[in-house]
Each structure stands twice: as structure tokens, then as C-alpha cells.
Design a binder for this molecule. Structure first.
Ligand code: THU
Length: 129
């Protein structure tokens, strides 16, 4: 699975976002330890706190399919243009639950540019039980 394929998948699933309240579309595509890809988009709700982030949707799809570890996750978001949508704090913790030291988070911009981070860069000194 190439980084470009994951980014393209994140951009594609972003189109399905249900975000009538924020207008901010996010798509996430991840590849798991078995090389399978899982997708998610944000799903908002009239009762605002019940909304779901794209990363949470993709993680739910991975766990439902039997995946265990996130190898790489690509995130693409924005209102009209795709801006660098770095995962929110809650999603950093969500990703961390299924990450290891090599797990990469790719943040895609609008212009074909993207940045890649290691989990520990986005969530240093993270909480574990
Ligand atoms: N959102 C995500 O899907 N992922 C993030 O990491 C940041 C925010 C969504 C939540 C909400 O539907 C919209 O973007 C605006 O915050």
C-alpha cells in the first residue's frame, strides 16, 4: 500500500462526510497490520457532541474487520479546499490506542503536498494503562 494510494482514498471518502453543521469534510484511510485498508469520514449529529470524527470511523471499521494495529493513517480535511487537518486531540488518543512506534500519520494538503508524522510526535508522553 503506497502513501499516495492512502491519501487518494482519504480524499475520496472525504466526499461522503456528513457534516451539515460544520461544513468541514474529513476523510481518513488507514492500512492495518494485515495490509488491509479501512475508510472513515466524519458523521455529525444535530446533538453536536454525538458527532464522530473521520479517524474514529476508520478505526471502528478496522476493529470490526479484525485489524489490530494501524501501520499508517492518512487524513484529509477542510471546508472547500483540502487543508492540513491534523487529528484533533481526542483522535490522537484514539489512534494511539492501536499504534506502535512506527505508526505514521499522514496529513494531506490541497496541492498534493502532505506531511508525515510519527505517533510520538503528535502525542508525546501519551497515556497508557
Ligand atoms: N473532525 C474530524 O473528523 N477529525 C479531526 O481530527 C478533527 C475534526 C471533524 C469533526 C467535525 O465533524 C468537523 O471535523 C469540524 O470539527
Amino acid at each position: 500500500m503506497t502513501d499516495q494510494k492512502l491519501i487518494d482514498a482519504a480524499l475520496a471518502v472525504r466526499k461522503n462526510a456528513y457534516c451539515p453543521y460544520s461544513g468541514y469534510r474529513v476523510g481518513a484511510a488507514l492500512v492495518d497490520d494485515r495490509g488491509q485498508m479501512h475508510l472513515g469520514c466524519n458523521v455529525e449529529n444535530a446533538a453536536y457532541p454525538q458527532g464522530n470524527c473521520a479517524e474514529a470511523s476508520a478505526i471502528g471499521a478496522m476493529i470490526s474487520a479484525g485489524g489490530k494495529t494501524i501501520v499508517t493513517i492518512a487524513v484529509a480535511g477542510g471546508r472547500d479546499a483540502v487543508t492540513a487537518c491534523t487529528p484533533c486531540g481526542g483522535c490522537r488518543q484514539r489512534i494511539n490506542e492501536f499504534a506502535n512506534e512506527q505508526t505514521r500519520i499522514i496529513v494531506s494538503g490541497d496541492d498534493g503536498n502532505w506531511d508525515t508524522y510519527l505517533m510520538a510526535e503528535l502525542l508525546p508522553a501519551s497515556f497508557h494503562l
